[in-house]
Design a protein around this ligand. Structure first.
Ligand SMILES: *Cc1c(COP(=O)(O)O)cnc(C)c1O
Length: 466
């Protein structure tokens, strides 16, 4: 399979190079030149598969020129064996035709494990084969960093450096990162904000001299195609459980960077009968404003109770815009340049009307998040939603256009990760799962550094003895 850039200027690459590259050299995002398509009969035959077996079927066409069939089977089976629920992504019913898919049974209790557990193993496989070593450098305000660390802790060829803003992430989130004591895991608390951490990542990618050519620098942020690919699988898994391909299914997705829901769009394009895709945002609602008013425009960032969706711009949205501009890289380049210049774009009105046939959208305030958590706990025997998932559940209830078609909300995090909203809803604070219950007693290791590029690079050199 060949991958092209959304801006049309970067070289066409295979899966492995795309995985190692991240952002394309023309500033665009890589996307398959054409997608595999499954017929109704083929999808029907997937119905009896376990999660890992299904993942192998969905992922195979994307990676065929990277991994042998034997390796693919081995790596995917191992990846999903670390999840703590036998069904991997179990469905919970809230109402007639209303479901929640729990994507929080992985090692860091959030859906990002589905992609990052796989990506870590794929990277190690690739680097082993190439005889190379790599450094992953990332910034996190919480979920991404811990999922990346768990995904890479067993990698032989990767050292991972994750920066978080010192004293500005929750205790659970910090401990999920800093209690991983593997030799290749390096946590750094930067004396600054999340934006400062991100700026350090960006500056390091622009100036890689500190690595002295010894190692490859890799980003694992949500624009990496391998992450989207891994997330396509659970859309098939849920829909098959609810009667696809003989029945349509809708999904509601709490959304920030448009990565997770874009995987649902890809599933539909691969043949899955998806009726509706519903975007749920918090007050940082650039996506909701696009689907409600055809206005994709930057606004000030506001902190909310759902911090993993606090974004100004949705980095993966460019992939949908590419399709909405006839997959014409030159056209999209102009559109993105206009957005960079003015901070605001809209698309052709007829196209916008058409895309709304598939996509619905809704926005929740913090107060609405708390009310949804309270309401669902009352009506469903104390069932707890995390604040991100609550945004999805409300969006499903507001936007879903059919009573006959089941709607599945993606539960993106375990409620224990974000106790503040639960407490505000007047409910008892959830407990850590048994296997994580000693998290607060585990020893931590991290380095506090000032917000300075030279200091950071010096630390990495010293740590890796470059
Ligand atoms: C990352 C994250 C999201 C947003 O996912 P996107 O792919 O950026 O849309 C939602 N909920 C939780 C808990 C997350 O960690």
């Amino acid at each position: 399979m060949k991958y092209i850039s959304t801006r049309g200027q970067a070289p066409v690459l295979g899966f492995e190079e795309v995985m190692l590259t991240g952002l394309a050299s023309d500033g665009g995002l890589y996307i398959p030149e054409s997608l595999p398509h499954f017929t109704k009969d083929e999808i029907a035959r997937f119905a009896s598969l376990e999660y890992a077996e299904l993942a192998i079927e969905i992922i195979r066409p994307f990676v065929a020129d990277f991994l042998s069939e034997e390796k693919l089977q081995e790596v995917v089976k191992e990846t999903y064996s670390v999840f703590r629920h036998k069904a991997v992504a179990p469905l919970v019913q809230l109402d007639t035709n209303e479901w929640v898919m729990e994507l929080f049974h992985g090692p860091t209790l959030a859906f990002k494990d589905f992609a990052l557990q796989l990506l870590g193993r794929f990277l190690d496989e690739s680097l082993d084969h190439r005889g190379e070593k790599a450094v992953i450098l990332g910034a996190t305000s919480g979920d991404t960093g811990s999922a990346a660390i768990e995904g890479c802790r067993a990698c032989e060829h990767v050292d991972i450096f994750i920066m978080h803003p010192h004293n500005r992430v929750s205790d659970v989130q910090r401990r999920q990162m800093t209690t991983v004591l593997a030799d290749n895991v390096h946590n750094i608390a930067i004396e600054g904000t999340f934006d400062d951490c991100q700026a350090l990542v960006k500056a390091s990618f622009a100036d890689q001299a500190f690595l002295k050519g010894h190692r490859r620098l890799i980003a694992v942020n949500s624009i990496n195609w391998a992450r989207i690919m891994a997330q396509v699988v659970y859309y098939f898994y849920a829909a098959l459980s609810l009667g696809a391909p003989h029945r349509e299914v809708s999904f509601s997705v709490p959304t920030g960077n448009f990565g997770d829901i874009f995987a649902g769009y890809i599933a539909k394009r691969m043949g899955l009968p998806v009726k509706q895709l519903i975007v749920g945002t918090n007050r940082n609602d650039i996506l909701h404003r696009f689907f409600a008013d055809n206005s994709y425009s930057k606004e000030q960032l506001e902190p909310t109770l759902s911090p993993s969706m606090d974004i100004m711009v949705s980095s993966n949205f460019e992939r949908l815009l590419f399709d909405l501009h006839d997959r014409d890289g030159e056209k999209l380049q102009a559109v993105m340049a206009a957005f960079d210049e003015s901070g605001s774009i809209s698309i052709d009105p007829a196209r916008w009307e058409a895309v709304k046939e598939l996509f619905g959208s809704d926005r929740s305030s913090d107060e609405e998040v708390v009310a949804t958590i309270q309401h669902v706990a009352n009506e469903s025997d104390g069932y707890l939603l995390d604040p991100h998932t609550a945004i999805g559940v409300k969006a499903a209830r507001v936007c879903h256009s059919s009573n006959e078609v089941p709607v599945v909300t993606l539960a993106t995090a375990h409620p224990v990760k974000f106790p503040e909203s639960i407490v505000r809803a007047g409910l008892d604070e959830p407990k850590l799962p048994e296997w994580l219950s000693d998290l607060n007693e585990r020893p931590e290791r991290y380095q506090v550094l000032e917000d300075n590029k030279a200091t950071l690079h010096g630390y990495i050199q010293e740590t890796l003895k470059l």
